[in-house]
Ligand binder design. Sequence first.
Ligand code: ADP
Length: 303
Amino acid sequence: RKAADRYLKREVLGEGTYGVVYKAIDTKSGQVVAIKKIRLGKQKEGVNFTALREIKLLKELKDPSVIELIECFPHKGNLHLVFEFMETDLEAVIRDRNIFLSPADIKSYIQMTLKGLAFCHKKWVLHRDMKPNNLLIGPDGQLKLADFGLARIFGSPDRRFTHQVFARWYRAPELLFGAKQYGPGVDVWAAACIFAELLLRRPFLQGNSDIDQLGKIFAAFGTPKPSQWHDMVYLPDYVEYQCVPGQPFKTLFPTATDDCLDLLSKMFTYDPKARISAQQALEHRYFSSGPPPTEPALLPRPP
Ligand code: ADP
């Protein structure tokens, strides 16, 4: 029997970066799953095999803070990725005006995000496309990172579909300057943008082009000086920007405590080599000082 016959397709959940996502039932276990259909049509055969091999590695990434890839199989020229089904996502939580997020709730959401990142970074897997709608929330309130590693296998999302505009708002400055070699710091920067978004309840740096995105970043934190970020001037798309002063962190995030601001400033560090890692962020005193993070089951969620 073919793997495809095992799943009963239900409704379409949405159109994502790589293709259509369906809700489905695993007829063998009764489990509800989400199946991501990835079009591979025009690519060479070899690419499919490479993709399949790399996806096999993603199946090894098992952690409570990462969406489980249950299985993958090719079917009618498409690659099907089967994931555990999740009820909602962090974007829906942030956008819901009826939801009040306490400092303890924000701490809980960002802690789960950093746990997922720290786990994958330890295994040398980068996410590269972190944004609130990639942070899915399960029935028990647990937040899990979705789409881990897919960007590297299937190409940068923004180059595939032009409707992917939101991802830009979470892009690290080294990526905007065209860095070809980058590391886990790109995910930490994106997590910082999500942290900021939880505090502000709107996307923090909403650039409408890559140049404008850098402009927004510099207007917030000040134009980076070469002393702050030595390697900047060697990046492929580096251009000199007019020097602008930054805003104090306290002004940018008036509701945040000092511990919170200290962690945010370390995650929003320009030089990726000096930027705090996900693991170091989890060890920051923001997480050990009060209030303790809210238990996942008690977190506010959309109806
Ligand atoms: P994007 O590429 O824009 O991040 P995705 O391909 O991840 O979008 O997902 C497309 C749609 O499918 C979204 O509406 C998302 O909420 C939904 N979705 C993706 N994965 C799951 C899942 N594991 N459980 C439930 N819904 C999912």
